[in-house]
Design a protein around this ligand. Structure first.
Ligand code: GCU
Length: 424
């Protein structure tokens, strides 16, 4: 009897403890006290006071640390083996745009991989700046244009879009037009380049498919603990798209703005950090592992993201599961790697899982590096009210609504990009 009682009490305590551990925190007063590493102090305690020291010492050490301990390194070089123009027309969007569908082919280790870039370029611009961003469900979902080719790559099922059997069909054409203000971009003289992210690496915990096997050493079956997860693989794909843009005479490769939402926002940030050819970076609701400070442990945490999506980051990042205090870096330092190039961080009011305040603070604490370059970042640690963007070289807004990409978001991005990149 006594034993059963003790057992019962023990069970209750364990339940209580684990409930605490497993309930995400959405209470500002329960954010742990944390010490944020100073972006302008090197790992061995030296203050960075010049662009030179930032560029030669601090930036490289941060980039190396994040590469080896968070996103993972790309274990070799893999160039485009051939470019194939699958389709091209100059009468898209009622004659306002050129449409191109370009496949990039890769070959290595006896394996092949291809992905297709869909481009809409404003016809009245000789060399168009472009927004480059991955889509979640295939190029044909971003537009109702019937000429857009349907990908045959693996896709996560989504019955509400008619996606079953992990295959894309005609049924999902145009289902995501609300997330891409293509006509507004074209009117502003900016093109869109988009790729289905699953063509570069299917978004599942399986390293036998996607781009990874093309760079395996003999008998390797999965990346080493410091080698690329899926986010680094997707970022790699964006850089290969950039390689192509540099050869396309209709594109101004010096004005490519890399954009992404959510997991693809994390990807856009890493692409911007690792490839300085991207002229500007937009993170839409990127949250944990993106713009949000990990040490706040608000909403999604490092442990949660690594458990739910073990393939996104490299193996070493798991060392920080439920252990954010030990991280010698935080996400403001990922953002700072983008300096002095324009950076836009955006949140949504009801997107607590992504920690809007943590995203704002990420941008705020990255700003001293912008200042070092004589650029204006986020200068106050007070969050702006909803729907009142701050648009400096570092920009931030929090809009009303949920985790999504909306026409409101695009309106802000377009206005800001035009100003920052001097697009006429
Ligand atoms: C999940 C995940 C987030 C991610 C999001 C998305 O919610 O926990 O980290 O940003 O998916 O990509 O939509």
């Amino acid at each position: 009897m006594k034993n059963t009682f003790v057992l019962l009490i023990a069970l209750m305590i364990t339940r209580l403890l684990s409930a605490q551990q497993f309930e995400p925190n959405y209470d500002e007063s329960k954010v742990p006290k944390y010490i944020l590493p100073d972006v302008l102090t090197t790992f061995n305690g030296k203050k960075v006071k010049s662009v030179k020291v930032w560029e030669n010492k601090r930036r490289p050490e941060l980039l190396d640390y994040l590469t080896e301990n968070m996103f993972g390194k790309v274990p070799g070089e893999l160039k485009i083996s051939s470019v194939e123009m699958l389709e091209q027309a100059d009468n898209a969007y009622g004659g306002k745009a050129i449409r191109k569908q370009v496949a990039l082919h890769f070959e290595s280790n006896g394996k092949k991989l291809s992905f297709t870039i869909l481009l809409f370029l404003p016809k009245n611009v000789e060399k168009a700046p472009v927004f480059l961003g991955y889509n979640f469900y295939g190029n044909h979902t971003v537009t109702s244009d019937v000429n857009v080719i349907i990908s045959d790559a693996w896709v996560d099922n989504n019955p509400s879009f008619g996606i079953i059997n992990n295959q894309l069909t005609e049924q999902s054409r145009g289902v995501r037009t609300n997330r891409w203000s293509i006509e507004k971009m074209l009117e502003a003289g900016i093109g869109l380049a988009t790729i289905y992210y699953g063509e570069v690496d299917p978004d599942k915990n399986d390293f036998s498919d996607g781009i990874h096997p093309l760079l395996y050493k003999k008998n390797q079956e999965k990346p080493e603990a410091d080698e690329w997860g899926s986010i680094a693989a997707w970022a790699w794909g964006l850089s290969r798209a950039m390689d192509y843009f540099e050869t396309d005479s209709n594109i101004d490769a010096k004005k490519v703005i890399v954009f992404g939402h959510s997991r693809l926002g994390k990807t856009a940030l890493w692409a911007g950090a690792t490839d300085r050819r991207f002229a500007a970076v937009i993170s839409n609701n990127s949250g944990c592992g993106g713009a949000a400070l990990s040490k706040r442990a608000f909403g999604e945490t490092v442990g949660r993201i690594n458990n739910a999506f073990p393939h996104w980051f490299c193996g070493n990042f798991k060392n920080y599961n439920n252990n954010e205090a030990m991280m010698p870096f935080d996400q403001h330092e990922l953002l700072a790697l983008i300096a002095p190039r324009p950076l836009y961080v955006a949140s949504a009011e009801d997107d607590k899982w992504a920690d809007p305040k943590g995203e704002f603070l990420g941008a705020y604490f990255a700003s001293p590096v912008y200042k070092l370059y004589g650029k204006k970042g986020i200068v106050s640690d007070e969050m702006p009210p909803v729907n009142q963007p701050i648009q400096n070289t570092v920009a931030y807004h929090i809009r009303t609504g949920v985790h999504d990409v909306t026409p409101y978001d695009w309106e802000q991005y377009i206005r800001w990009a035009k100003e920052q990149l001097k697009i006429e």
